[in-house]
Design a protein around this ligand. Structure first.
Ligand code: ZN
Length: 251
């Protein structure tokens, strides 16, 4: 029998029953792959900088090379990292006619590398660059020099990382796609996010308010807990494989 005494069983039932599942992820899903949060990455040589220096358009215009080096380092770190058991379990969850849309606030590309096919990146991707003035995506070979951004071949201004900086809107198409997936979802599995960063956090909140069950996995308390059907205070790599394993199989 299931009941409040067995939150893992309850969470597994909710997720197993969902034909359309959204997995909404934040930094916590990549922590066990060794990817630090933005703020935790401000260490060593970077400790003297503020997010305003490194992750705003104004900061980039002031010192494009500084910002480029910061992202080149983080990109290398992401490339050197491996998807963990949570990323892999999420990628395997799309089976038996179930649709799984991954909506992520991460920029590290680890969901795709684990094999998830349907990934919506709300905050862009560190492995892409684009023109600062909007000409379009960077041409092949843009990563050549980690010390300074190459010029846009069309207009000559520096290319910028294709991530969402502080003070910027989320990419419109990605946000619309994520909102649609959350409206259609039978359940939302929320992994490793504080639930505080808007407007992204508004998506699972809206789903919960229309009665869609949320399962929240985070070792720390999150702002989404009061809305969740089940809260599991565990790390992603520990909890998610158990929650998403097929019935009758031990992960
Ligand atoms: Zn351009």
């Amino acid at each position: 029998m299931s009941g409040p005494a067995d939150p893992v069983r309850r969470a597994r039932e909710i997720l197993e029953a969902a034909r359309r599942l959204v997995v909404f992820t934040g930094a916590g899903v990549s922590a066990e792959s060794g990817i630090p949060t933005f703020r935790d990455a401000l260490e060593g040589l970077w400790a003297r900088f503020d997010p305003e220096d490194l992750a705003t358009e104004a900061g980039f215009r002031r010192d494009p090379s500084l910002v480029w080096r910061w992202y080149a380092e983080r990109r290398e770190r992401a490339r050197a990292a491996e998807p963990n058991a949570a990323h892999h379990a999420i990628a395997r969850a799309a089976r038996g006619g179930r649709s799984v849309v991954v909506v992520t606030q991460n920029v590290d590309g680890l969901h795709q590398r684990a094999g998830s096919a349907d990934v919506v990146e709300l905050h862009g991707s560190i492995v892409r660059a684009r023109c600062l003035e909007g000409c379009g995506p960077a041409p092949a070979g843009w990563e050549g020099d980690p010390r300074t951004p190459p010029p846009c071949p069309a207009c000559g201004v520096p290319l910028r990382p294709d991530v969402v900086w502080f003070g910027e809107w989320l990419p419109e198409a990605a946000f619309a796609q994520a909102a649609h997936a959350c409206r259609e979802a039978d359940a939302v599995l929320v992994v490793g996010t504080s639930g505080l960063v808007q407007p992204a956090a508004g998506l699972p909140i809206a789903a919960a308010r229309r009665g869609c069950p949320l399962v929240v996995v985070d070792p720390r308390p999150t702002a989404l807990e009061p809305l969740a059907a089940v809260n599991l205070r565990q790390t992603a790599a520990r909890a998610v494989p158990v929650l998403l394993a097929p019935d009758g199989s031990a992960p």
